[in-house]
Structures are given as C-alpha cells and as structure tokens.
Design a protein around this ligand. Structure first.
Ligand code: 0X9
Ligand code: ZN
Length: 312
C-alpha cells in the first residue's frame, strides 16, 4: 500500500507539502502564492540545498493542476518533491538546481472535482454579472498574456475554454506569472503538467510556428520522451514530441508554456500525461497506474533537467 494507490484530494496534497517543509527545513520552503476566489492558498515548495534567495543556481519550475479534472498531473509533481527530498537517487539534480514545485495551480477547481463535478476544468471565479454567476470559471490555460483570446478560446463564460475578462484575470495565472517573472534570469526549464494524450508540446501554440529555440526544444523534448519510454509499461503509448499545434491538432492562445517562452524561458513544455482511454475517461486514468506514471515522468524530468542545465 502506497500513498500513490489513490488520487489525493487537496487536503492530502497540502498536508504533504507542509510535512516535507517541516521535515526538511534547510532544503524546502513552503510558500503560499496567493488566495483563490474561494479563499484557498496556492501552495508551492522552493527547494534548494544552498539558499534559494542567493539566486546562485539555475531554476527548474514544474506546475500541475491548472485544469482541475486532470487528476494524474498533481501526483507527478508531489512525486518529484519525493524524489528530491525523501528518496534522493539523483543527488546531482538537487545540488545543481533550485526547484519550484507547484502541484495544484487551481485548488478551487481541483476541490470541486472531488466534491461536486468530477470533470470540471476551469477555475471557480465569477465577476458580479448574472451570466458569470450562473457560469463560473475561467480556463487558466487561455488566460495568460500570449495572443490572449485570439484563437482556440471563447468569450462565453459558460464555455470550458473561456479566456476570462482580460489576460491574467485569475489569481491562479498571476501566481504562475509571478514565479516566472521573479526567476526569469535563471529559469532553465519550465514544465506544465496536463492530461491527456502522451504528448510533449512546445511553442508556439497559437499558430504552429516555431521559436528561435525550436531545435533545442525538440531535441530536449525527444530526450525526455526517450527516457520516459525506457521506463514505461509496454502497452503505454509512446510520447509524441512536437509543436503544440501540430502534435495536439488545434491552436490555442493564452497558454502557459507559450507565455513562459515568450518572456524568455528557453525550454518550456506542456506535458500531456497518459490517459489510456478516450473521451472524459482519459482524465480518470485508472489509479493503479498513478505510481507508474509518476515514476516514468520523473525519468523525463531527470533527463530534461540535465539537458537544460547543460544548455543554460
Ligand atoms: O488545450 C489545452 O490547454 C492543453 N490541452 S488540455 O487537454 N490539457 O486542455 C494543450 C495546450 C497546448 N499548448 C498550447 N496551445 N500552447
Ligand atoms: Zn489541461
């Protein structure tokens, strides 16, 4: 029996963050990035073997859970925390980088998927208007200031891809923006964890064009996918690595990995973790595979971090 046998609710994740921060006070600092519309803290860990505030090492930032229903994503980030603090098999990664690990960007939505509506995607905010009161929530991955609300988005608050009233209308995206901006000069790698589809996606996601760093983005993406494949179960689909539009088949503006790359993060990816099913079922990967996906995803993170460090 392992804590990774079932999907953790928000309290379990927040308790874990608090516990490891207490257990490893010289390496881990728990930060509350801000309070959501419903008043929940957006918690993350800063991990450093020296002093994070010295700003002496490259930073790797990984977030998950911006889309509430994509339940396999937060455990991949708590697993990374586990591997950096509790079961250190890659000490080089701990020494070489400072880490920011944010398992649940959207705690209001995440909690809502446990209590009320399993396949809720968005945040839970409303403005005062009647329409928004009857249709709460913004798609966090359409809310970043990257060609905001131009393609693959909606102005309708009732839509699952509602871009919000303006870029960064949501505290959830402002917290991620703040982390990216504060650490911009030393961010070597940004990963934002989603599901599903077994894809590693890189910019640009609004029109399918390639950034000046596309060659490195592709090579490091393939290295991560190879590492995952070497540790995956035989019947798991092989990750496809590519430009976000080409690999997933649609364009969408206002996404996190595009915004991070736009402002200067050289290696920025969206992971679409395995679903092993179609339709909404893909968002509910059988819990027997949680630990497997966490283990193989960690192998991708390890290789991505080392490559990012070499290129930085
Ligand atoms: O549509 C999304 O936000 C992501 N897929 S999901 O099924 N998890 O919702 C894909 C985002 C891809 N990245 C960009 N379009 N930049
Ligand atoms: Zn998603």
């Amino acid at each position: 029996e392992s804590p990774y046998d079932n999907y953790p609710n928000l309290d379990v994740i927040n308790s874990y963050l608090a516990d490891v921060a207490r257990q490893y006070p010289d390496r881990a600092t728990l930060v509350s990035g801000g309070n959501t519309f419903e008043g929940r803290p957006i918690n993350y860990l800063k991990i450093s073997t020296t002093n994070f505030e010295d700003e002496s090492k490259p930073v790797i930032f990984i977030d998950a859970g911006i889309h509430a229903r994509e339940w396999i994503s937060p455990p991949t980030v708590t697993w990374a925390i586990h591997k950096l603090l509790e079961n250190v098999t890659e000490p080089d990664l701990l020494e070489r980088f400072d880490w920011i690990l944010l398992p649940v960007v959207n705690p209001d939505g995440y909690e809502f998927t446990f209590t009320t509506t399993r396949f809720w995607r968005k945040t839970r905010s409303t403005d005062q208007s009647p329409i928004s009161n009857s249709c709460p929530g913004v798609d966090g991955n359409r809310n970043y200031d990257f060609f905001w609300n131009t393609v693959g988005t909606s102005n309708d608050p009732c839509s699952d891809i509602f871009a919000g009233s303006r870029p960064f209308s949501e505290i959830e995206t402002r917290v991620v923006q703040g982390i990216l901006q504060e650490n911009l000069h030393r961010l070597a790698l940004y990963l934002t964890m989603h599901s599903y589809g077994s894809l590693i996606l890189y910019p640009w996601g609004h029109d399918g064009s390639l950034s000046n760093n596309a060659f490195a983005l592709h090579v490091v993406g393939v290295a991560m996918a190879d590492a995952i494949a070497a540790h995956a179960l035989p019947f798991f689909p092989r990750y496809v690595v590519g430009n976000a539009v080409l690999a997933i088949g649609y364009a969408a503006s206002g996404a996190a990995e595009d915004y991070a790359h736009l402002i200067g993060v050289p290696l920025s990816y969206t992971y679409e973790l395995p679903g092993l099913a179609g339709g909404l079922n893909g968002f509910h990967l059988d819990p027997i595979y949680i630990e497997q996906v966490c283990r193989e995803t960690w192998e991708g993170i390890v290789v991505g971090a080392r490559r990012a460090g070499d290129l930085f």
